[in-house]
Design a protein around this ligand. Structure first.
Ligand SMILES: O=c1ccn([C@@H]2O[C@H](COP(=O)(O)OP(=O)(O)O[C@H]3O[C@H](CO)[C@@H](O)[C@H](O)[C@H]3O)[C@@H](O)[C@H]2O)c(=O)[nH]1
Ligand SMILES: [Mn+2]
Length: 556
């Protein structure tokens, strides 16, 4: 062991082509300066036409120059992280911590239950000891359809998880997997025969589940026959609407129960359905509210030390991602300083030319630049957190918390009692006069609750890491119409501007707590909306002046 103990669990390398990029950036900067010089030396005289337009354009150019400089903070120095999962297994396989995974859904029409179940199944089948894994589905739609789908998915999981393990399936979302097996059906026939048989069998079971769920969705309600089979549906008896109902909670699979096993006899991960209480007189705070309820409920059921959140349209595409994340958290030297590990959000429904600009530049360039300050942004889906960090802990060098397994929680409590105590944690009144939504959990009141929460975590002294393995960890659905994109980008840019102007601004709140480059990195996004004025001037004024025959640009 000796020397081996000290081999790190991850390494950091600098991006190639740095010098080239910097030369390029310097040349752009020289170009920018020349534009300023030109503008200043060629201002139209007071009597000449175009003086006002010229000044406006100059102001816009000054703004763009400033924004360009700010942007360089995220591009100047990029780094990459590589994990050593084999070292992790060798050293810590027995001590791997409990992991609680939160899947958020909010509407069974916009987010069809089948899509949600594929995400749930993909995370249930992670390559991770099942007794240490718990999956929570948060249903802000409070829909019986989603609940029913989860019951069906739990049955299917008993076949799906062993199938994934036997054939090292990737990806572990059944729908995505069947699409990929259909395209690579050719191969060594004799060797593949057994497998082909098993795939056909599992596909049949999947279609069976799909039919049942789709039929219920088409019907728009659950048939009496199904209702009578599962006592959980009685929780909807007092339900009046999506925004007015009691907490609905059921431990669908109780990982503590020795009989909770798959068809091969292996333990199953815990699986929980939660629709937190909603009342018209209490603000529900959207996803942040759902996440905070999940943090509390999971603390009483499984209390995993590591939390992962995925949106319901983002399935796990890499069954090793938990281990990738743990390579950071469990690293002997630096692990204790790391608060969260963010994976990029990639999409598998992009148009050929990525018409609506995916997050590619952010994912492949800028996030690596921010990582250089240990300051990657928390962007919601695909992020692993230490539980204590989301509970408001301040980083302290002295009290080093270990990311290790500490045994199962509450094994002696009967499942019914556990459900009842957990329910109270998801009630509306629970957060009254508490720090939840302020200093604890995700922050309320900002459309990008994740970014502002991430910033405040970093301001409390913690580091964050960006992990972008070759095999994408998560794949989701991007908005596909102009309208959807506009709504989404408006929300993001508005939210970011709000951070800029709030008490948590990277400029004043972050001052002295995070580095200058890191502050500028945040500004790149926080000022995104503010670009609109300069863009408007630049796109409208020159054409208006041309109508009068005045050019605001040099003659070529
Ligand atoms: O009241 C709500 C509203 C939304 N959601 C869930 O939150 C997630 C994100 O909402 P969505 O409307 O899909 O927003 P997007 O713009 O696609 O999400 C991106 O932007 C959000 C805000 O920054 C992040 O939280 C997300 O993780 C990130 O993927 C989805 O799973 C929803 O089901 C809830 O649970 N409750
Ligand atoms: Mn979304």
């Amino acid at each position: 062991m000796g020397e081996e103990r000290y081999l790190p669990l991850f390494e950091t390398t600098r991006a190639n082509g740095r010098v080239l990029y910097r030369l390029f950036a310097v040349s752009v900067f020289v170009g920018i300066c020349l534009i300023w010089v030109y503008r200043v030396t060629h201002i139209p005289k007071a009597c000449e036409d175009g003086r006002f337009g010229w000044m406006c354009l100059f102001a816009a150019e000054l703004w763009f120059s400033f924004y360009w400089v700010v942007t360089q903070a995220t591009r100047w120095s990029r780094i990459y992280r590589h994990t050593f999962k084999d070292r992790l297994s060798q050293r810590y396989e027995k001590e791997l911590p409990g992991v609680d995974i939160f899947v958020c859904t909010a509407d069974p029409i916009i987010e069809p239950p089948m899509m949600v179940m594929n995400t749930v199944l993909s995370v249930l089948a992670y390559d991770y000891p099942p007794e240490k894994l718990s999956v929570y589905l948060s249903d802000d739609g409070g829909s019986e359809l989603t609940y029913y789908a989860l019951l069906e998915a739990a049955e299917f999981a008993k076949h799906w998880i062993p199938h994934c393990k036997k054939y090292s399936v990737e990806p572990r979302s059944p729908a995505a997997y069947f699409i990929s097996t259909a395209s690579d059906a050719v191969g060594d026939q004799s060797q593949n025969q057994n497998r082909a048989g098993d795939v056909a069998l599992i596909k049949k079971l999947y279609e069976n589940m799909e039919n049942k769920i789709e039929n219920a969705v088409k019907l728009g309600r659950i048939s009496e026959e199904v209702r009578s089979k599962h006592k959980g549906f009685s929780q909807w008896n007092s339900y009046s609407s999506k925004l007015d109902h009691d907490t609905i909670l059921q431990i669908v699979v109780d990982g503590r129960n020795p009989n909770a096993r798959d068809v091969e006899g292996c333990m199953l991960p815990t699986l929980v359905y939660l629709a937190r209480e909603k009342r018209p007189q209490y603000h529900h705070n959207f996803k942040a509210g759902a996440m905070n309820a999940l943090i509390r409920v999971s603390s009483s059921i499984s209390n995993g030390k590591l939390l992962l959140n995925v949106d319901c349209d983002m399935y796990s595409n890499n069954s090793m991602a938990i281990r990738d994340a743990l390579c950071f958290f469990m690293d002997e030297e630096q692990g204790h300083e790391i608060a969260y590990v963010q994976f990029p959000q990639n999409f598998d429904n992009l148009t050929k030319n990525e018409l609506y600009a995916s997050l590619k530049v952010i994912n492949e360039v800028e996030a690596h630049g921010l990582d250089n300050y240990w300051g990657t942004l928390y962007i919601g889906s695909g992020c692993f957190h230490r539980r204590e960090v989301l509970c408001g802990n301040i980083f302290s060098k002295r009290c080093r918390s270990e990311m290790k397994w500490e045994g199962k929680k509450g094994e002696e409590i009967a499942i019914h009692d556990l459900e009842e105590t957990s329910k109270s944690l998801a009630s509306c009144a629970f957060e009254e006069n508490t720090q939840w939504g302020k200093e604890m959990g995700l922050k309320y009141g900002c459309p990008v609750e994740d970014v502002i929460t991430g910033l405040s975590i970093q301001c409390r002294g913690w580091k964050s890491v960006y992990c972008n393995p070759t095999r994408k960890a998560f794949l989701g659905l991007n908005a596909t119409t102009l309208l959807q994109i506009l709504v989404q980008h408006k929300r993001w840019s508005e939210g970011n501007l709000q951070i800029m102007l709030s008490k948590y601004s990277a400029v004043w709140f972050g001052h002295g707590k995070i580095s200058l480059g890191h502050q500028l990195g945040y500004l790149r996004y926080n000022l995104w909306a503010a670009n609109c004025w300069a863009t408007l001037i630049y796109s409208i004024l020159p054409s208006l002046y041309l109508l009068r025959g005045t050019s605001l640009f040099p003659q070529v």
